[in-house]
Design a protein around this ligand. Structure first.
Ligand SMILES: [Zn+2]
Length: 491
């Protein structure tokens, strides 16, 4: 009964036979991904590694399919904010080590910490650092160091089979993808978005397997650790390589999928509102720029444009450019929802309750919060994490709709569609109308008919009229009814 009169009251892994491990991984297009057409079950990963002058280079390297062996997950969390926020609402990066013996695990720990520190020195990873969880998995190798280090032909018995000179290139540092994934717990934990395999070495090298969300790095070489950042550009941001090595001199195909490469010139982009047209001419000291269309990228020297002259997707040590940052932030928000926690939407709410809504918290800025009641913005509660309904003078007797909208208004996202689809989240609640005990006929109005119907029921000794519920019909039932009729609405 709802009386109306009175106030009431959340790579596709390597080819065929993809195990469950891969399902959790991002399934976006991979810039470097290719599957050999004649060898089912064998993937040729396009790995990116640092060349002689800092510019990146790449090659296709065959990698095995994931074997179903599951290694018991021994998950260690690095010294990050593990208690902040709800556990699933994060981007999970899992570090596994190779060539670290049982007595070298402390070294593994400190190598991970140093790489993580490097990662969070580049925007937008600085600002969105709280969106990440970093896991360490101690993997014990029988021997210290990895294969072909420092020179070819030196072989070691290690848990993940990491090796330099992969595919004949010294700086290409490979790993057994299946072993890396297994040790990372990709088959048994849903909290695996990116796996980083680090080698117990100072030698400069690294590669990435974008389709498996696995990359490698030297444990103790700051230049090589930046491969990790570059690979996160691929795996988290779906970003293309902006270097010009490895493909035809002139690209002649259609428009490219990744956000940071296009066949369209600046004038074409602007006039046709394509790709990074909103960013043309923009400079921001935190990102590579100014933004324009620079010819060369996606492995070709001509026929493809990139957003800035140089960037992290072209050479190590550079910053990302703004269009890449926008795409990264979009993908961050594919994993991390803006509302961290809130009053459950199925809560039984009354007109005088208090609702709460806690957004995720990037570094340096807050998300914006807007509350609406029955479609009207509650201006007094703008950017407040709670809304006390009792201060709003709501009619207790009617149902109300409360909605909260949380949005990240970062200036590093300009596309309103991206903001609406990914950086915004809403929740809506229904505040129930109060049930008045004096509404005896249940028509949601209090009037003489309730009294008349009560008297009739009393005379008939209808159990509904046993208002004090003691099995007797007497004056106290009448008194209880009159008190209730005159009293306030209860829940
Ligand atoms: Zn790359």
């Amino acid at each position: 009964m709802r009386p109306t009169h009175a106030p009431l009251i959340f790579s596709v892994l390597l080819s065929a036979g993809t195990p469950a491990a891969a399902q959790r991984f991002h399934d976006h297009d991979r810039a470097c991904h290719a599957v050999h057409p004649t060898l089912p079950g064998v993937e040729l990963a396009h790995a990116c590694w640092p060349g002689e002058n800092g510019l990146l280079t790449g090659r296709r390297i065959p990698v095995e399919t994931l074997d179903p062996e599951t290694v018991a997950l021994r998950e260690h969390l690095a010294n990050r904010d593990l208690l902040r926020g709800s556990v699933p609402n994060r981007i999970d990066i899992v570090f596994v080590g190779d060539g670290y013996t049982a007595s070298q695990q402390a070294l593994f720990h400190s190598d991970v910490d140093n790489i993580v520190a490097d990662l969070f020195q580049y925007e937008p990873f600085i600002t969105y650092e709280p969106f990440f969880r970093i896991h360490r998995v101690e993997v014990i190798s029988n021997e210290s160091g990895v294969d072909n280090d420092p020179t070819q032909g030196i072989l070691r018995d290690t848990a993940l089979d990491m090796a330099f000179w992969c595919g004949g290139t010294e700086r290409a540092l490979c790993v057994s993808v299946s072993k890396a994934l297994n040790h990372a717990g990709a088959g048994v934990s849903t909290d695996v978005d990116q796996v980083v395999a680090i080698a117990n070495t100072t030698k400069y090298g690294g590669v990435g397997y974008p389709s498996s969300n696995v990359c490698t790095s030297s444990g103790r070489n700051s230049a090589a650790t930046q491969i990790v950042i570059h690979e996160l550009g691929h795996s988290l941001g779906n970003l293309a390589d902006e270097y010009t090595y490895g493909g035809p001199t002139t690209y002649t195909g259609g428009e490219l999928g990744p956000a940071n490469v296009s066949i369209y010139s600046q004038a074409q982009q602007v006039s046709q509102e394509r790709k990074w047209w909103r960013w043309m001419g923009v400079s921001n000291g935190l990102f590579d720029g100014p933004v324009g269309t620079y010819e060369g990228g996606y492995y070709s020297e001509q026929g493809v444009f990139r957003p800035s002259n140089n960037s992290m997707m072209r050479s190590l040590g550079r910053r990302f450019n703004l269009p890449s940052a926008e795409e990264l932030i979009k993908e961050f928000y594919r994993e991390v929802r803006p509302i961290e926690d809130a009053t459950p939407t199925d809560a039984d709410l009354a007109y005088n309750d208090t609702l709460f809504c806690a957004p995720v918290q990037p570094n340096g800025h807050d998300l914006n919060i807007q509350w609406e009641v029955n479609g009207q913005i509650v201006f007094s509660a703008l950017d407040q994490t709670s809304l006390d309904l009792s201060t709003l003078g709501l009619d207790p007797n009617t149902e109300h709709t409360v909605r909260v909208t949380v949005v990240d208004n970062t200036p590093w996202v300009r596309d309103p569609v991206i903001r609406d689809l990914f950086l915004t989240e809403t929740r809506e609640w229904t505040v129930n109308a109060c049930t008045h005990p004096g509404d005896f006929d249940g028509n949601e109005e209090l009037n003489i008919f309730d009294i008349l119907v009560f008297i009739e029921a009393y005379n008939q000794q209808d159990p509904a009229a046993d208002f004090d519920a003691n099995g007797l019909f007497n004056f106290f039932d009448v008194a209880s009814f009159i008190t209730a009729f005159n009293g306030p609405c209860t829940r």
